[in-house]
Design a protein around this ligand. Structure first.
Ligand SMILES: [Mg+2]
Length: 249
Protein backbone atom coordinates (compact mmCIF):
# COMPACT_ATOMS: atom_id res chain seq x y z
CA UNK A 1 0.00 0.00 0.00
CA UNK A 2 1.21 3.51 -0.88
CA UNK A 3 -0.60 6.38 0.76
CA UNK A 4 0.13 9.86 -0.58
CA UNK A 5 -0.71 12.37 2.15
CA UNK A 6 0.41 15.50 0.29
CA UNK A 7 -0.14 15.02 -3.49
CA UNK A 8 1.30 18.47 -4.27
CA UNK A 9 4.75 17.13 -3.33
CA UNK A 10 4.61 14.42 -5.98
CA UNK A 11 4.16 16.41 -9.19
CA UNK A 12 7.63 15.55 -10.54
CA UNK A 13 10.48 13.07 -10.32
CA UNK A 14 12.97 13.80 -7.53
CA UNK A 15 16.36 15.36 -8.27
CA UNK A 16 17.99 13.18 -5.62
CA UNK A 17 16.92 10.49 -3.16
CA UNK A 18 18.27 10.01 0.35
CA UNK A 19 17.80 6.72 2.20
CA UNK A 20 18.02 5.79 5.83
CA UNK A 21 19.43 2.27 6.28
CA UNK A 22 18.56 0.67 9.62
CA UNK A 23 14.96 -0.49 9.79
CA UNK A 24 14.32 1.12 6.40
CA UNK A 25 16.14 -1.16 3.97
CA UNK A 26 15.81 -4.18 6.31
CA UNK A 27 13.95 -4.99 9.53
CA UNK A 28 16.17 -4.05 12.48
CA UNK A 29 14.36 -5.62 15.44
CA UNK A 30 14.61 -9.34 14.54
CA UNK A 31 18.33 -9.10 13.71
CA UNK A 32 19.04 -7.13 16.88
CA UNK A 33 17.11 -9.55 19.09
CA UNK A 34 19.07 -12.59 17.88
CA UNK A 35 22.41 -10.76 18.07
CA UNK A 36 21.78 -9.42 21.57
CA UNK A 37 20.83 -12.92 22.73
CA UNK A 38 24.03 -14.38 21.27
CA UNK A 39 26.13 -11.85 23.21
CA UNK A 40 24.09 -12.40 26.37
CA UNK A 41 24.52 -16.17 26.17
CA UNK A 42 28.26 -15.82 25.58
CA UNK A 43 28.80 -13.40 28.49
CA UNK A 44 26.71 -15.56 30.84
CA UNK A 45 28.76 -18.62 29.89
CA UNK A 46 32.14 -16.86 30.02
CA UNK A 47 31.66 -15.50 33.55
CA UNK A 48 29.15 -18.02 34.96
CA UNK A 49 26.76 -15.20 35.82
CA UNK A 50 22.98 -15.07 35.74
CA UNK A 51 20.91 -13.58 32.96
CA UNK A 52 19.72 -10.90 35.36
CA UNK A 53 23.33 -9.93 36.14
CA UNK A 54 24.01 -9.48 32.43
CA UNK A 55 20.80 -7.56 31.85
CA UNK A 56 21.35 -5.08 34.65
CA UNK A 57 25.06 -4.49 33.88
CA UNK A 58 24.39 -4.07 30.16
CA UNK A 59 21.44 -1.76 30.72
CA UNK A 60 23.45 0.42 33.08
CA UNK A 61 26.43 0.49 30.69
CA UNK A 62 24.28 1.49 27.72
CA UNK A 63 22.55 4.23 29.72
CA UNK A 64 25.90 5.66 30.87
CA UNK A 65 27.37 5.68 27.35
CA UNK A 66 24.24 7.30 25.90
CA UNK A 67 24.11 9.93 28.64
CA UNK A 68 27.75 10.90 28.09
CA UNK A 69 27.75 10.88 24.27
CA UNK A 70 24.22 12.14 23.56
CA UNK A 71 23.24 12.30 19.87
CA UNK A 72 26.55 11.20 18.34
CA UNK A 73 27.57 8.13 16.35
CA UNK A 74 29.54 6.60 19.21
CA UNK A 75 26.50 6.81 21.51
CA UNK A 76 25.31 3.73 19.56
CA UNK A 77 28.63 1.86 19.85
CA UNK A 78 28.23 -1.79 20.87
CA UNK A 79 31.94 -1.86 21.66
CA UNK A 80 31.60 0.97 24.18
CA UNK A 81 28.50 -0.62 25.75
CA UNK A 82 30.33 -3.93 26.19
CA UNK A 83 33.52 -2.31 27.49
CA UNK A 84 31.55 -0.34 30.07
CA UNK A 85 29.50 -3.43 30.98
CA UNK A 86 32.69 -5.35 31.77
CA UNK A 87 33.90 -2.44 33.90
CA UNK A 88 30.58 -2.29 35.77
CA UNK A 89 30.89 -6.03 36.41
CA UNK A 90 34.17 -5.29 38.21
CA UNK A 91 36.38 -6.91 35.58
CA UNK A 92 38.25 -3.90 34.23
CA UNK A 93 38.00 -2.96 30.57
CA UNK A 94 38.90 -6.42 29.18
CA UNK A 95 39.61 -5.13 25.70
CA UNK A 96 40.03 -8.53 24.06
CA UNK A 97 36.70 -9.78 25.40
CA UNK A 98 34.97 -6.52 24.53
CA UNK A 99 36.15 -6.90 20.92
CA UNK A 100 35.14 -10.56 20.87
CA UNK A 101 31.62 -9.87 22.18
CA UNK A 102 31.24 -7.02 19.71
CA UNK A 103 32.22 -9.34 16.85
CA UNK A 104 29.69 -11.89 18.08
CA UNK A 105 27.01 -9.24 18.03
CA UNK A 106 27.66 -7.96 14.51
CA UNK A 107 28.37 -11.37 12.98
CA UNK A 108 25.05 -12.63 14.34
CA UNK A 109 23.24 -9.42 13.44
CA UNK A 110 24.36 -9.48 9.80
CA UNK A 111 23.62 -13.19 9.51
CA UNK A 112 20.03 -12.44 10.49
CA UNK A 113 19.43 -9.15 8.69
CA UNK A 114 17.39 -9.55 5.51
CA UNK A 115 17.01 -6.81 2.93
CA UNK A 116 13.38 -5.97 2.17
CA UNK A 117 12.13 -7.21 -1.19
CA UNK A 118 12.43 -4.89 -4.18
CA UNK A 119 15.13 -2.71 -2.60
CA UNK A 120 17.70 -3.62 -5.26
CA UNK A 121 15.11 -3.46 -8.03
CA UNK A 122 14.10 0.02 -6.86
CA UNK A 123 17.73 1.14 -6.81
CA UNK A 124 18.16 -0.23 -10.35
CA UNK A 125 15.12 1.78 -11.48
CA UNK A 126 16.53 4.91 -9.86
CA UNK A 127 19.88 4.42 -11.56
CA UNK A 128 18.18 4.04 -14.95
CA UNK A 129 16.31 7.30 -14.33
CA UNK A 130 19.67 9.00 -13.64
CA UNK A 131 18.69 10.12 -10.14
CA UNK A 132 21.59 10.34 -7.64
CA UNK A 133 21.26 8.51 -4.31
CA UNK A 134 22.86 8.66 -0.89
CA UNK A 135 22.58 6.81 2.38
CA UNK A 136 22.17 9.10 5.40
CA UNK A 137 22.61 6.99 8.51
CA UNK A 138 23.41 7.22 12.20
CA UNK A 139 26.25 5.22 13.78
CA UNK A 140 29.93 4.77 13.00
CA UNK A 141 31.35 4.42 9.50
CA UNK A 142 33.07 1.05 10.09
CA UNK A 143 29.91 -0.95 10.83
CA UNK A 144 27.65 0.97 8.46
CA UNK A 145 30.07 0.41 5.57
CA UNK A 146 30.23 -3.29 6.52
CA UNK A 147 26.43 -3.48 6.44
CA UNK A 148 26.24 -1.87 3.01
CA UNK A 149 28.85 -4.30 1.64
CA UNK A 150 27.18 -7.27 3.36
CA UNK A 151 23.87 -6.43 1.66
CA UNK A 152 25.66 -6.05 -1.66
CA UNK A 153 24.50 -2.44 -1.90
CA UNK A 154 27.89 -0.76 -2.27
CA UNK A 155 27.51 -0.41 -6.04
CA UNK A 156 23.97 0.94 -5.79
CA UNK A 157 24.49 4.15 -3.85
CA UNK A 158 26.48 7.13 -5.04
CA UNK A 159 27.29 8.42 -1.55
CA UNK A 160 27.02 7.64 2.14
CA UNK A 161 26.99 10.00 5.11
CA UNK A 162 27.29 8.59 8.63
CA UNK A 163 26.73 10.49 11.84
CA UNK A 164 30.35 9.73 12.71
CA UNK A 165 31.36 11.76 9.69
CA UNK A 166 28.77 14.49 10.32
CA UNK A 167 29.42 14.81 14.05
CA UNK A 168 25.71 14.59 14.83
CA UNK A 169 22.95 12.01 14.59
CA UNK A 170 19.76 12.78 12.69
CA UNK A 171 17.52 14.78 13.08
CA UNK A 172 20.39 17.31 13.23
CA UNK A 173 20.73 19.16 9.93
CA UNK A 174 24.42 18.28 9.43
CA UNK A 175 24.08 14.76 7.95
CA UNK A 176 21.38 15.91 5.48
CA UNK A 177 23.31 18.98 4.38
CA UNK A 178 26.55 17.04 3.92
CA UNK A 179 24.66 14.57 1.72
CA UNK A 180 23.40 17.38 -0.52
CA UNK A 181 26.87 18.97 -0.70
CA UNK A 182 28.27 15.67 -1.92
CA UNK A 183 25.48 15.02 -4.44
CA UNK A 184 25.08 18.53 -5.81
CA UNK A 185 21.62 17.73 -7.26
CA UNK A 186 20.32 19.57 -10.32
CA UNK A 187 17.13 20.75 -8.61
CA UNK A 188 15.65 21.12 -5.16
CA UNK A 189 13.16 18.24 -5.18
CA UNK A 190 14.87 15.91 -2.72
CA UNK A 191 13.21 12.76 -1.41
CA UNK A 192 14.03 11.30 1.98
CA UNK A 193 13.05 7.67 2.59
CA UNK A 194 13.18 6.47 6.20
CA UNK A 195 11.37 4.67 8.99
CA UNK A 196 11.72 7.17 11.83
CA UNK A 197 9.17 9.97 11.92
CA UNK A 198 11.39 12.28 13.98
CA UNK A 199 14.94 11.53 12.80
CA UNK A 200 14.21 10.87 9.13
CA UNK A 201 10.91 12.54 8.35
CA UNK A 202 10.80 15.78 10.28
CA UNK A 203 14.61 15.94 10.37
CA UNK A 204 14.88 15.97 6.57
CA UNK A 205 11.90 18.26 6.13
CA UNK A 206 13.22 20.86 8.54
CA UNK A 207 16.85 20.79 7.47
CA UNK A 208 16.62 20.46 3.66
CA UNK A 209 12.89 20.84 2.93
CA UNK A 210 12.75 17.26 1.69
CA UNK A 211 9.74 15.42 0.36
CA UNK A 212 9.40 12.68 2.95
CA UNK A 213 8.40 9.04 2.46
CA UNK A 214 8.02 6.84 5.52
CA UNK A 215 8.71 3.09 5.28
CA UNK A 216 6.16 1.36 7.50
CA UNK A 217 6.19 -2.21 8.82
CA UNK A 218 5.70 -3.99 12.17
CA UNK A 219 6.85 -1.80 15.04
CA UNK A 220 7.07 1.46 13.06
CA UNK A 221 5.05 4.37 14.40
CA UNK A 222 3.54 6.51 11.63
CA UNK A 223 4.39 10.16 12.17
CA UNK A 224 1.66 12.64 13.04
CA UNK A 225 1.45 16.42 13.39
CA UNK A 226 4.84 17.99 12.54
CA UNK A 227 6.28 14.52 12.04
CA UNK A 228 3.70 13.47 9.46
CA UNK A 229 5.34 12.21 6.24
CA UNK A 230 4.25 13.25 2.73
CA UNK A 231 3.73 9.61 1.81
CA UNK A 232 3.59 6.25 3.57
CA UNK A 233 4.45 2.91 2.01
CA UNK A 234 4.85 -0.67 3.19
CA UNK A 235 6.44 -2.28 0.17
CA UNK A 236 9.30 -1.00 -1.99
CA UNK A 237 7.42 -2.24 -5.03
CA UNK A 238 4.96 0.61 -4.42
CA UNK A 239 7.81 3.10 -4.57
CA UNK A 240 8.91 1.60 -7.89
CA UNK A 241 5.38 2.07 -9.23
CA UNK A 242 5.27 5.69 -8.04
CA UNK A 243 8.59 6.51 -9.74
CA UNK A 244 7.44 4.76 -12.88
CA UNK A 245 4.26 6.81 -12.94
CA UNK A 246 6.12 10.10 -12.35
CA UNK A 247 8.59 9.26 -15.12
CA UNK A 248 5.73 8.95 -17.61
CA UNK A 249 3.93 12.19 -16.68
MG1 LIG B 1 16.11 3.84 10.69
Amino acid sequence: MMKILDPSKFAQLPDAILFDTDNTLYAYDPAHAVAQKAVRDKVIKTFSISGDDFDSAFKEARAQVKLRLKETASSHSRLLYLQRMLEIMGLGSQVLLALDFEQTYWRTFLGNAVLFSDVKELLDDIRLLGIPTAIVTDLTAQIQFRKVVYFGLDQYFDYIVTSEEAGFDKPHEAPFQIALEKMNPKGNCIWMVGDNSINDISGARQSINAVTLQKVHAGVQVGSGPHMPDAIFEDFFQLRKLLDKLSQD
